[in-house]
Design a protein. Structure first.
Length: 276
């Protein structure tokens, strides 16, 4: 396909060709084999909703850098919580957490900060899903940003009014919220393959936004799907809007495609996740 066709000379053909490429790549990557090398494996270990929610948020929180290191550090984090994240949160085991590094610049003090906030949420709402419902996430045009706005408020309340940008981004006007959007993909999408769909009663896949990092952004630009150069909230909105024209009911299925095509391209992404 020529660059002229990709940039609008034949938009109908562009859509058909690009969708075929993305569909085929998504089928390859969105498979059971994907799970064992990805942090999604950790929330998938659990059956109780609360364990799945906590493991999803925390695994996504440290999902930047090399995937092997991410998975090793997710394992370490769950081990610190005795492989029972919900019980650990509710029993306030984090107050006895020894000082240690969890992942790169994320330390035990940051995990403690996060878990104090989750304790407050679970005591008041019973689940993160019900907290999200109380925040009106299901009615928002930007559900992940609405959710993080509420989470940041609760984490601050639980920590004496102090925020922690290592737990969640603070500047919601510009952040791409890559890791929270990834956690929501895990929680909402339910095709019986990788994602778990335990929040399918709260949000529809059509409402989700693409988890954008530098690697997914570069692949999208190479395909002519994204023109904006910054990997920020506006780019997330623009790329998701394009993906919704190709697959309105499930645009973030193409997260798998863009991830896979990035790995397979001549510009290797070092088998990792970017920090956005």
């Amino acid at each position: 396909m020529s660059s002229g066709e990709m940039n609008g000379a034949a938009p109908e053909r562009f859509s058909a060709d690009i969708r075929e490429l993305l569909d085929e790549a998504a089928r390859r990557i969105n498979s059971p084999e994907f799970i064992g090398a990805d942090p999604v494996q950790f929330p998938r270990r659990f059956e109780r909703l609360q364990d799945i929610e906590i493991a999803s948020l925390l695994s996504a929180t440290i999902a930047w850098g090399n995937r092997k290191m991410i998975c090793a550090d997710c394992e370490k984090m769950l081990r610190l919580m005795d492989h029972s994240p919900y019980a650990y949160v509710m029993d306030e085991g984090y107050e006895e957490l020894p000082d240690c590094n969890i992942h790169r610049t994320f330390f035990a003090r940051d995990l403690r900060h996060y878990l104090r906030g989750l304790n407050r949420i679970y005591r008041r709402h019973g689940s993160l899903m019900e907290f999200a419902r109380s925040e009106g996430v299901q009615h928002s045009e930007a559900p992940s940003w609405r959710l993080v706005e509420g989470l940041n408020r609760e984490l601050k309340e639980a920590n004496g009014g102090v925020g922690d940008s290592r737990c969640l981004p603070q500047n919601l006007k510009t952040t791409a919220l890559k890791r929270v959007n990834m956690a929501l993909r895990w929680l909402v999408r339910d095709d019986g393959i990788v994602d778990m769909g335990v929040w399918s009663g709260l949000l529809r896949p059509a409402q989700l936004f693409i988890p954008l990092d530098v690697h997914v952004g570069n692949t999208a630009r190479d395909l002519g799907l994204l023109a904006r150069r910054s990997d920020d909230r506006r780019s997330v909105e623009e790329l998701t809007a394009v993906l919704r024209t190709l697959r309105p009911d499930d645009p973030v299925l193409y997260d798998y495609a863009l991830f896979g095509l990035g790995i397979e391209s001549k510009t290797k992404i070092n088998d990792g996740y970017g920090l956005v």
